[in-house]
Write a protein that binds this ligand. Structure first.
Ligand SMILES: [Zn+2]
Length: 66
């Protein structure tokens, strides 16, 4: 499986590539849409977005473990 799961951008519906380990280290991940300014990080104001992303990663991990 990929180490860079994708989540849907909350702003434009595009893809944001994530690395959970990097995210936890404080890295920021931006939307792949060049016209979109969405950035998520653990320290950002968009905490809900980040939490949703991590929830999604956890879901992916569960699926992987089956
Ligand atoms: Zn976007």
């Amino acid at each position: 499986m990929s180490d860079h799961p994708e989540i849907d951008c909350p702003c434009c519906g595009g893809k944001i590539l994530l690395d959970a380990a990097m995210l936890l280290k404080g890295s920021r991940f931006s939307c792949s849409n060049e016209y979109c300014d969405a950035v998520i990080s653990l320290s950002s104001e968009s905490h809900d977005v980040t939490k949703n992303a991590l929830d999604k990663l956890n879901e992916i991990k569960k699926v992987d473990s089956i």
